[in-house]
Write a protein that binds this ligand. Structure first.
Ligand code: 4AD
Ligand code: MG
Length: 445
């Protein structure tokens, strides 16, 4: 019986007769020759039918194959540098073909389609080469995240999805009815991780996160995946060192393992090669000054208006884009105003108007990919903040307890998987980095 192989392993089978199971991606008819581009999930390969070498019915049957027909195809593997595909450089001289299902009128044609059409057909769109490449980079990002954290003594925690309270502001909560009491889809596993560090020292959670983001931007999903490490006995400086090691590792793993996918995406990888520790650090105050200067110098009044910002405001994407374009590595902006950030952040010593927080902004205009901070460890201050932020004390009793029994300085951060993949792949919108994006106006398919 002929061995069924996967296209990614084709190099091992040159000269051998093998079988492939996959789908027809494209077909070119040259009279006596037909070229079938077949993909099998691991790659794609050119399969050549020569009229003289196969039975007439088989040759005719191949002519009827529509795009995305499923098939089982067999033949001899030959090396040929000109053969297109992924990995490319190999083709099959076809001797046998079995049609599993004949597909007709596949809706996605090799031409430009509008984004709404593509998103409506996301269930089919993911078969396209570029989407395939992006989602494979995503899988590698996730592997790299887990490998680094597991290899550095972090214990994985699965924090709850249904929660009684807000972590990242009450305006983006998705509420649901929990047997008569309101509950919310999680915005972050951080608060639970803060409990877990007292049992495990270093932990991380990795799961879906929900935010009812009412704005339509290139950087926001309503359901996204976030990794949140949390560390006991760790201050902001130590946290930033961990972050820069971790993020550099993720990027370098993608460069090593996904070169082929990044090439398909036409990603210029030179800027990614610079992503090594240490990353520049810029205070919020310095960033505000830098933006004021950019506003002064710009000839573009529209940009000037977009960059308008008062001390105390959080940055929007125009600000982040301008700031990051001035550096060739990701940058940390630290010391954000207390009013702009979350209730749990430790104040800066001697400057209560700012926090021991830092965002990591990706270069080339990609903006925030990580948010992190040192957390308040004093129970009195935490109580005061809950009150100032108008958060219900009852829902946070357990969280206050953590400050009563063996409280320690601790810090953590959250990195968004989709924003990281968007940056690494060099995309302009994060909707292609997740299997089925959930956006302001989209929960289908
Ligand atoms: O800055 P954020 O809101 O921080 C937190 O949630 C903290 N609890 C994390 C922590 O300290 N444990 O979110 C962290 C990251 C952002 O930098 C961004 O990459 C991503 O999560 N993110 C989103 N990604 C896609 N769509 C959205 N709506 C996102 N909101 C945040
Ligand atoms: Mg943030």
């Amino acid at each position: 019986m002929t061995k069924t192989i996967r296209i990614q392993d084709v190099a091992q089978y040159v000269g051998q007769s093998v079988n492939l199971q996959g789908w027809l991606y494209n077909r070119t008819d040259k009279g006596k020759l037909q070229f079938l581009q077949v993909r099998d999930g691991t790659g794609s390969m050119q399969c050549v039918l020569f009229q003289r070498d196969v039975p007439e019915e088989l040759f005719e049957a191949a002519r009827q194959l529509g795009q995305e027909s499923s098939l089982s195809i067999s033949g001899v593997i030959r090396q040929d540098d000109r053969a297109p595909g992924i990995p490319g450089g190999y083709e099959m001289g076809v001797t046998g073909l079995e049609i599993v299902q004949l597909a007709e009128d596949y809706p996605i044609q090799p031409k430009e389609h509008g984004i709404d059409f593509l998103l409506d057909h996301r269930h089919l769109w993911i078969r396209s080469q570029l989407q395939w490449a992006v989602l494979r980079v995503r899988a590698t990002v996730i592997r790299a995240i887990r490998d680094w954290l597991d290899g550095h003594g972090f214990v994985n925690m699965d924090t709850p999805i249904l929660t009684p309270a807000a972590c990242e502001g009450t305006s983006t909560l998705f509420a649901t009815d929990y047997f008569g009491t309101p509950a919310y889809l999680t915005q972050s596993g951080q608060l639970y991780n803060e409990a877990a560090i007292y049992a495990f020292g270093r932990v991380y959670c990795f799961g879906p996160t929900f935010r009812a983001e009412k704005s339509k931007t290139r950087r926001h999903l309503t359901e996204f995946w976030m990794v949140e490490p949390e560390i006991a006995f760790c201050d902001l400086d130590q946290l930033l060192e961990i972050e820069e090691q971790f993020v550099s590792y993720i990027v370098q793993r993608c460069l090593e393992e996904r070169a082929q996918e990044l090439e398909l995406l036409e990603r210029d990888t030179a800027p990614l090669e610079h992503v090594t520790p240490p990353f520049p650090r810029l205070s919020y105050d310095e960033a505000i000054e830098m933006l004021a200067q950019i506003r002064q110098e710009t000839q573009d009044p529209e940009l000037g208006a977009q960059l308008e910002i008062a001390w105390g405001d959080d940055f929007g994407s125009p600000h982040e884009t301008e700031l990051t374009q001035r550096f060739d590595k990701p940058i940390f902006v630290y010391g954000y105003p207390t009013v702009a950030k979350a209730f749990y952040m430790e104040p800066w010593p001697g400057r209560p108007e700012i926090t021991k927080s830092a965002d990591l902004l990706a270069p080339e205009g990609y903006g925030e990919i990580v948010g992190g901070s040192e957390r308040i460890s004093d129970p009195g201050l935490l109580l005061q903040r809950l009150e100032e932020w108008n958060l219900p004390r009852e829902a946070f009793e357990w969280y206050i307890d953590l400050r009563r029994y063996g409280s320690v300085p601790h810090s953590g951060f959250g990195i968004g998987v989709e924003r990281t993949v968007t940056w690494i792949c060099g995309l302009d919108h994060l909707r292609e980095t997740i299997l089925f994006p959930r956006l302001l106006k989209r929960v289908y398919p």
